[in-house]
Ligand binder design. Structure first.
Ligand SMILES: [Mg+2]
Length: 223
């Protein structure tokens, strides 16, 4: 930025700050939590999820049609994230008042009682019924593999072609590099990942999928 413009901007900013004397009070936390509960309980959350999955389904059908016309050269696959994409942690999140330590959250996941996110389950069933490979790529870590497998099965995700969990010693701040590597390994097995669906931007960045679909999640952020 030009030095002169920079100084003018700083000047305007300090006038704004020093004239008011204090920053605008942020929204009250309990009221925000009320809005989050309402978003879920009103059905709006699931409606938004269904809208996104519906778009993903339309694209899946286009690729299936091409596969039937023998114009696809590779085996088709889809990648699904797990939490807030395939399974819902909502009841645990609400119980913990949308807080809790990482340990408490992981222990809740270890119970293996999360319910399916219905629109995603339907997409999964449609994909499996049409011989499209399904890979789960989750930020859950390896020690939670057995609990995760049990939970997926109980929720109706009875078969999959791969389940990738994060290594216990993963140190990067963002989940994205791990997820990118996981998709790259799927491609190395000869698959074309036609869809990658997740609720976090870090599920989706970095390519290795023909199309990405972002589900809503106002409850937490994973860098
Ligand atoms: Mg997720």
């Amino acid at each position: 930025m030009n030095k002169k413009i920079h100084l003018i901007c700083l000047g305007v900013l300090s006038v704004l700050v020093f004239n008011t004397g204090y920053a605008k009070e942020p929204k009250n936390l309990d009221l925000v939590k009320g809005v989050l509960i309402q978003y879920h309980d009103s059905g709006e959350y699931e409606k938004e999820q269904a809208k996104v999955i519906n778009h993903a389904m339309q694209y899946l059908k286009i690729r299936l049609k091409r596969a039937k016309q023998k114009t696809e050269t590779k085996k088709l696959a889809i990648v699904l994230d797990i939490d807030e994409t395939s399974l819902s942690n909502y009841s645990d999140m609400k119980k913990m008042s949308f807080g809790g330590t990482l340990r408490q959250i992981m222990d809740a996941q270890a119970n293996g009682t999360d319910s399916a996110i219905t629109p995603t389950l339907k997409l999964y069933q449609y994909a499996k019924a049409n011989n499209i490979a399904v890979f789960f790529v989750t930020g859950r870590t390896e020690p939670y593999r057995a609990a995760t497998e049990k939970n997926l099965t109980n929720a109706g995700y009875t078969k999959w072609d791969g389940l990738s969990l994060k290594g216990d010693t993963y140190k990067e701040r963002s989940a994205a590099p791990y997820k990118i590597r996981a998709r790259s390994l799927i491609e190395n097995q000869g698959y074309d990942i036609i869809l990658n669906i997740g609720d976090q931007q870090s599920d989706l960045t970095g390519g290795h999928a023909d199309k990405t679909f972002k589900l809503p999640n106002p409850y937490y952020l994973i860098p």
